[in-house]
Write a protein that binds this ligand. Structure first.
Ligand code: TRP
Length: 448
């Protein structure tokens, strides 16, 4: 592939925004509250923040350095260092595929809720039981969730086909800041609901009695998932970064924003969970059954819920774009077929998997893997096994295989930026992160 032909992204702000566009999505707003709810709230939040800081940041920097230095998709990037390393890239592609399999389904749900918000039907219900019934009826409907999932695959396909620059950059730039503002407004509202204090306590008061090795695995998995690392998305994105982009500031910005959105989502959801009389352990349905209760309490609830779901759809879209792009860039550059064709292949394959996952959590519960629905299996497998495994291999690769000069040059922009955390980064990538990830894996397999 000709280097000069590769698209580049705009200035420093754009690099942060597009990477944040990939990172911020349903992982922060839908997945974080539901896993935090299942794993004890405050203690989980603490483990999640530590995971982001001590493991997430180094891995993201390693992916950035690798992507920008090689200017390749993830398989090509690892392949520069010998064919056997391509395996890490392939693992990432498999992960991307697995994530899209359930992510498109949840994205479809957001679209379905948007349509209900616009049509005013979200406002008809008023009790916890009614909100839950609304959700269950929707996902069990024989064709509606499938239709919305397919629509979402179609939207992602269109953006990907328009190309990197026009599609991804513009969308992220305008709507991400807006999402942030709406979340803050909703958080303020949630905090004023009756029994809100219980939700705040649940989210911020750590109860370590519920913490096990497995909780740490799930917190690490959530950290990887919400930062879009461990599978090569950020390698592909960094290959489009400019030479002047400060990778450390970009990583710090993306990580900070992503954590902030997750915490904000928690402040929106948990006070309302207790206020409406729901259970924080509800699982993947948590956000969908809680949100209508928040909106119904507001003046102009139809308007608020419509704006919110539009933004949620966009946040999901900038994330599915990055997952899709990782696969499309690979097919395009390594299979030597046109970008359009590559995008079509990826969309068709992911649509098939997502359709099965959608059926598995709705009308067809015979579609199972490891004793749970295909949907739950893809969610668990990708976040808690594949991403941490990809992260482990990325750390080992960055710490032991990637030459020191390349890494340092990328992080200091060839010596033009001051860079004081060199030693710390090396230690984290070489020893700390791999050891921690390995221990957590062994523990959750019951081998410790
Ligand atoms: N981080 C996104 C979210 O929180 C999802 C996502 C996009 C992702 N690209 C990824 C997760 C790559 C893991 C790897 O919604």
């Amino acid at each position: 592939m000709n280097r000069t032909k590769r698209a580049t992204l705009g200035g420093r702000l754009s690099a942060v925004l597009v990477a944040a566009g990939s990172a911020i999505g349903l992982g922060n707003i839908w997945r974080f509250p539901y896993v935090a709810g299942e794993h004890g709230g405050g203690a989980f939040l603490l483990l999640y923040l530590l995971s982001i800081l001590l493991v997430g940041m180094p891995v993201m920097l390693a992916e950035f350095a690798l992507g920008r230095s090689t200017q390749r998709n993830s398989v090509g990037a690892f392949g520069r260092y010998g064919a056997k390393w391509k395996a890490i890239g392939y693992l990432g592609l498999l992960t991307s595929f697995a994530i899209l399999g359930f992510y498109f389904v949840v994205s479809g749900w957001t679209l379905g809720y948007l349509v209900r918000a616009l049509g005013g039907t979200l406002q008809h219900d008023h009790t916890a039981a009614e909100y839950t019934a609304l959700f269950t009826e929707f996902i069990r409907h024989p064709w509606q969730p499938l239709l919305y999932t397919a629509l979402f695959v179609g939207m992602t396909h269109v953006v990907i086909s328009l190309g990197v620059q026009r599609g991804i950059e513009r969308t992220s730039k305008i709507l991400m800041p807006l999402l942030f503002i709406v979340l803050i407004a909703l958080a303020i509202h949630s905090l004023q609901m009756p029994r809100a204090a219980e939700g705040v306590r649940f989210l911020f008061e750590p109860d370590f009695s519920k913490v096990t090795g497995r909780t740490l695995l799930i917190a690490l998995g959530q950290a990887f998932f919400s930062l879009s690392i461990g599978m090569g998305s950020m390698i592909t994105y960094a290959s489009y970064f400019r030479p002047e982009t400060n990778l450390r500031h970009t990583a710090a910005g993306v990580t900070g924003l992503s954590a902030l959105v997750a915490i904000l989502a928690g402040i929106v959801i948990f006070p309302a969970v207790f206020s409406v009389g729901l259970e924080p352990e509800a699982g993947p349905s948590l956000v969908f059954v809680t949100l209508p209760g928040i909106f119904n309490d507001l003046p102009w609830s139809g308007l608020w819920s419509s704006i919110f779901f539009v933004l949620l759809v966009v946040a999901a879209l900038t994330s599915t774009i990055s997952l899709h792009e990782a696969l499309t860039a690979y097919v395009h550059e390594e299979w030597h077929t046109s970008r359009r064709n590559s995008a079509r292949i990826v969309s068709a394959a992911t649509l098939l998997l997502a359709a099965l996952a959608s059926l598995s959590t709705g009308p067809n519960d015979a579609l199972q893997l490891f004793g749970v629905s295909l949907f739950d299996a893809l969610d668990f497998l990708s976040a808690n096994i594949l991403l941490p495994l990809g992260g482990l291999l990325t750390c080992l690769f960055a710490g032991w295989v990637l030459d020191r000069t390349t890494f340092d040059e990328q992080l200091s922009n060839h010596g033009t930026l001051r860079y004081r955390i060199r030693r710390l980064m090396r230690f984290l990538l070489r020893w700390f992160c791999p050891a921690l990830l390995l221990l957590v894996f062994l523990d959750s397999l019951g081998l410790l």
